[in-house]
Design a protein around this ligand. Structure first.
Ligand code: NAD
Ligand code: GLY
Length: 361
């Protein structure tokens, strides 16, 4: 097992990464305050992993909530089900929530923990590649609104992250590939050596080689932990983690939540950001080809869906948390491994990129 730390002073917490971690009591128990623990999972992950998770909690007063599966259920209404369960069980402020699942379960559970009695503890137990490399770390919690992705949420750090790599064995191929998008993201925004490593080891990653997989998770979490420690509330460099996300969130909202997976939308979004960066003269054509080639090899889209027009994309992109004073800031690439957040792009260049970078119908 490898353990990293998210260094947030007195709120610092460990990220444990390894095989066979789910049933281990010693990883979770030091982070439980009282006796009440509510495990939140969904109808897909529960039957696979709930029993193993419960072994770690033997002797505690536990309850479980099983949510419906899917991004379309990442709503206030679903979050309300967790709150109702907590109240029904009379769980007090010393209770702990455990999020057992992918990013959807993690984001909803984290938000419920942020809201219940003005904030209770929670622990992230991510079971998708995407959640193990990104969403379980850093304390961003949210639900979607029909008009905008992740628009209702809070910063609320978990007490601990337990990433059991064994759970990835049951992850469907499409979901696994979606997780690779966020892995590639770290290489692009700040770690060019990691990008090179991914180019070289993509075959191993796609074959789910355990060594390559663990290395990718560890390096991704190390990158994320460093950024979060430097800028927990996203007043500066944390926004770089949103490379591809403004385009991606527009795709997810525009097509309807769950039609494209989050990682797929981010993959296409990163390629659009690269294309726009090249149009602005910041990135050369070879770099764009390298990025698109890796994304393609990972089985991910490099273009926005044909079903959304450039004008629709532009409209949807205007609902973004990086909008300041009415101006949309974008994460773009100055070089391979060097991202910036900027409003210094030409709107016409963005429109041309959106018009050109759509899949053929
Ligand atoms: P997800 O949670 O929907 O999980 C993907 C699918 O895999 C689901 O059907 C799920 O039930 C299933 N699944 C989960 N673990 C499994 C396993 N071990 N075996 C078999 N099936 C399994 O999607 P995701 O890609 O994990 O997360 C995407 C969500 O994360 C989005 O809502 C996105 O906005 C959010 N996100 C949040 C952050 C953050 O910082 N909070 C960062 C990135 C993404
Ligand atoms: N996934 C973006 C962030 O955590 O900031």
């Amino acid at each position: 097992m490898k353990t990293l730390e998210v260094d947030l002073g007195h709120r610092a917490y460990p990220i444990h990464i390894g095989s066979g971690l789910l049933p281990l009591p010693d990883l979770i128990r030091p982070h439980l305050e009282g006796r009440n623990v509510m495990v939140v999972t969904n109808e897909t992950v529960g039957p696979l992993y709930l029993a193993r998770q419960m072994q770690a909690l033997a002797g505690y007063d536990t309850a479980t909530v099983v949510l419906p599966d899917g991004e379309e259920h990442k709503t206030l209404e679903t979050m309300g089900r967790i709150i109702t369960a907590l109240l029904t069980r009379r769980f007090d402020r010393q209770c702990t929530l455990v999020a057992l699942g992918g990013g959807v379960v993690g984001d909803i559970t984290g938000f419920a923990a942020a809201c219940y009695q003005r904030g209770v503890n929670y622990i992230q137990v991510p079971t998708t590649l995407l959640a193990q490399v990104d969403s379980s770390v850093g304390g961003k919690t949210a639900v979607n609104h029909p008009l905008g992705k992740n628009m209702i949420g809070a910063f609320h750090q978990p007490r601990c992250v337990v990433a059991d790599t064994d759970t990835l064995a049951t992850l469907p191929d499409r979901e696994y590939r979606a997780g690779l998008a966020e892995v590639i993201k770290y290489g692009l925004i700040r770690d060019p050596e990691f990008f090179l490593w991914i180019e070289e080891h993509l075959g191993d990653l796609l074959a789910r080689d355990p060594v390559a997989q663990t290395q990718a998770i560890e390096r991704s979490c190390r990158n994320k932990a460093e950024i979060v420690a430097a800028d927990e509330r996203e007043t500066g460099p944390r926004a770089l983690l949103n490379l591809g996300h403004t385009f991606g969130h527009a795709i997810e909202t525009g097509l309807g939540y769950g039609v494209w997976l989050h990682g797929e939308a981010v993959a296409a979004g990163m390629c659009l950001a690269a294309r726009l960066s090249a149009r602005l003269g910041w990135l050369d054509g070879t770099a764009v080809e390298r990025i698109e080639s890796l994304v393609r090899r990972a089985g991910l889209p490099v273009r926005a869906p044909a079903a959304l027009s450039a004008a629709e994309m532009r409209d949807l992109m205007a609902v973004d948390k990086k909008v300041r004073g009415g101006a949309l800031r974008l994460v773009l690439l100055e070089d391979m491994g060097k991202a910036i957040v900027t409003r210094g792009y030409d709107a016409a260049a963005l429109d041309l990129t959106l018009a050109e970078c759509r899949a053929a119908r």
